[in-house]
Design a protein around this ligand. Sequence first.
Ligand code: ATP
Ligand code: MG
Length: 488
Amino acid sequence: MDIPLKSYESAIIDKVAKAASVLSTETYLVGGFVRDKLLNRETDDADFVCVGDAMALATETARQFSPVPKISYFKRFGTAHFKVLLQERNDDGKSEKKYFELEFASARKESYRTDSRKPDVEPGTLTDDQNRRDFTINALAISLNLSDYGKLIDPFQGLKDLHQKIIRTPLEPARTFSDDPLRMLRAIRFAAQLEFRIDENTWKGIQDSAHRIKIVSQERITDEINKILLCPKPSIGFDLLFRSGLLKIIFPALHDLAGAEYKDGQRHKDNFYHTLQVVDNVAKRSDNLWLRWAALLHDIGKPATKKFEEGHGWTFHGHEVVGGKLVPKIFSRFRLPSAEPMRYVKKLVELHLRPISLTKENITDSAIRRLLFDAGDDLDDLMILCEADITSKNKQKVKRYLENFQIVRQRCREVEEKDHIRNWQPPVSGEVIMETFGLPPSKPVGVIKDAIKNAILDGLIPNTYEAAFQLMLEKGNELGLKPKNISS
Ligand code: ATP
Ligand code: MG
């Protein structure tokens, strides 16, 4: 076999070939595994296609592993998959669990009806199966049959495209994209992931079929967006989405950032391309998908807040607040988790201007304490976002801004060491306030709680239970509240 295999990969493939021989089923290694191996990329799964019963092939293969892995069968699609445990030791001598997934499918002919995402599937030959694949580089197959074991079957010159770094559909692009419009996003994702270029004819096909992306489920679209965001240089993918016409349909809020208006000799920057640069800058420093989402959305409130002020130029006042409010809506549209990652992204969008405001002279400890309190454990990520947000072409300016952020970081370290604010909670909780005044959860509880928090952050009272309790009583008194029991 002319591909560089790790020893466990060879062992797994041998087992599949053996099962195929026992069952006399024509079997091939196909798709992403062949592509990635030829590109020397890491893979943790492999697809096998057979002209015959894929479920039987999966069962026969699984029998050779010990313990026998549990197989998931998808009868309707005639596919099956299971994963095998690879024991790997890392450098510290600690063992970590790593799995390899095997997918089995019966070769099929496939055509999607124009009005639906549901494929019409019927059994087919290897050639039929290669025809229904999305790109020439994904249609490569390697024989696991005795007669020509290891032979590369490459009907569309996929190997040549792999060497020339080209994404091209095996059939007419219109046909491939009409059968499953998600393939347009996959083309762009592969272009970004592999840093390949999209063949001209295929690119035209994407532009012509872009409107058909509407029939694809949001989950599949979101999956591709996340994969683009996780690329080493996500801007490649988002730029292609923009230029193809797809972005306008799948992510209008991001699309609306594009363009640079001109008035009275003043032009504002193109916030779309600025955003892409910020995402790339973050990608250089962090693999955290949600920090990359925060970069993508940090200026999302700009179109709604854009104003031209006479004598002042273009302004986007409050765009961080408006942007923060858009985050839950965007997360819901993209069916992204609404709890923790959403809270984190919203917070970073809301706070992304705060460290800049702290680069001025004479910043008080109290302003630093507020940042520490508001950002909490996400302060380091916020600083990465802020530094990534510097996209000026003027090297002197960039240097000066970065130095200013170093000063903010230093101040944060000093104040944190002294006051321990990052994981701090005010010493008197909402529960204590409610209990003291016999209140249900209500507005006055929040008012008193905030007053205590602000007084401590501003250094007006010490950070102690006694001082906070005393202030609570005073504030309650101002609000006309009477304590039920002040013995505590
Ligand atoms: P990745 O695993 O990084 O998403 P991949 O190419 O391996 O990339 P899979 O979804 O694992 O993608 O699919 C395996 C193979 O199945 C692909 O290489 C391709 O041949 C085929 N394939 C997957 N999705 C489609 C699709 N929407 N249309 C046509 N062929 C597809
Ligand atoms: Mg894959």
